[in-house]
Ligand binder design. Structure first.
Ligand code: SF4
Length: 286
């Protein structure tokens, strides 16, 4: 993404009432124009949220460490010890130490029995914000990625609930990303958790817009098309609307949480993939 592209879309974002712009990847901190882009967005009146894996990018990290937390927030993905390259984990922890309270550590659950306790130790050692963001690895519409299979949702929910209790006892807040469902949790879910889909539209370098990252392959609309960003959002919503009333599991059909809007029935990308593949929906009775 170039500063020129950001300049070109700023007016449309403002006209559409956008208040916060998220910068994701690839890896935003490896963009040679990162500081210029961030400063342009902030000086245009937007708050920005940066999603990063914490690469070695000293200049950009120092810039973020010295920025105004009212205007810039940072979500930093940390890998689990012993999973993936040690170098990536080392780099993420070094970045977390530089950013300190500017950054919330984050982790994406892709295995039902992922142990999450390391996140509390990492956050404390690095002086990070006591707010941990958890996501579920969602299937891209293409299905060509590793994701948490629906049949493992409840096992993952048990381990997340146990972790949330431990985190609360150590003074941490847990924030859940999209795609979690109410029935992942037998007992009370983590405080403040929400289970409906409120997507952040993704704007791509080619000027197109998708409903969210996971649904990038399910259709995009031009940002400069009829009605601008609001028009694109309306057309994208129309495409996915039928799947918002369906739910991922067979049991969703009779679930009061779907009816009352407490739960959106899981990730829309996963629901659409199930219908695309023509397979039965997983799960039976709630
Ligand atoms: S709507 Fe579906 S996914 Fe959500 S709680 Fe009910 S059964 Fe579970």
């Amino acid at each position: 993404m170039s500063p020129e592209f950001v300049r070109a879309i700023t007016g449309e974002l403002r006209r559409s009432g956008v208040k916060t712009v998220s910068l994701g990847g690839g890896e935003p901190l490896l963009n040679p124009h990162f500081i210029e882009i961030a400063e342009r967005l902030v000086s245009s009146g937007f708050k920005i949220r940066v999603f990063t894996g914490g690469p070695r990018a000293p200049e950009n990290l120092d810039f973020l460490a010295g920025s105004d937390p009212e205007k810039i927030s940072i979500v930093l993905n940390v890998t689990a010890p012993g999973r993936g390259p040690a170098e990536a984990r080392g780099s993420a922890l070094a970045a977390l130490s530089v950013l300190g309270k500017m950054a919330s550590p984050a982790f994406t659950v892709s295995n039902p029995d992922d142990s999450l306790d390391f996140l509390l130790d990492d956050a404390e050692k690095c002086g990070a914000k006591k707010n941990i963001r958890l996501g579920i690895a969602q299937p891209a519409y293409s299905g060509r990625n590793r994701f948490l299979k629906p049949e493992f949702h409840r096992t993952a929910g048990d381990s997340i609930a146990r972790f949330a209790a431990l985190a609360a006892a150590r003074g941490f807040k847990i924030t859940l990303d999209c795609g979690f469902t109410r029935c992942m949790f037998d007992a009370a879910p983590p405080e403040g958790a929400e289970f409906f889909c409120t997507p952040a539209l993704d704007v791509w370098n080619d000027g197109s817009v998708s409903y969210c990252l996971a649904l990038a392959g399910a259709g995009r609309e031009p940002l400069g098309g009829k009605g601008g960003l609001a028009g694109a959002q309306k057309r994208l919503l129309k495409k996915i609307h039928p799947f918002k009333r369906t739910g991922l599991f067979a049991r969703c059909r009779e679930c009061p949480h779907l009816e009352t809007g407490v739960c959106g029935g899981g990730c829309i990308s996963q629901i659409m993939r199930t219908f695309k593949r023509g397979v039965s929906r997983p799960g039976g009775g709630a």
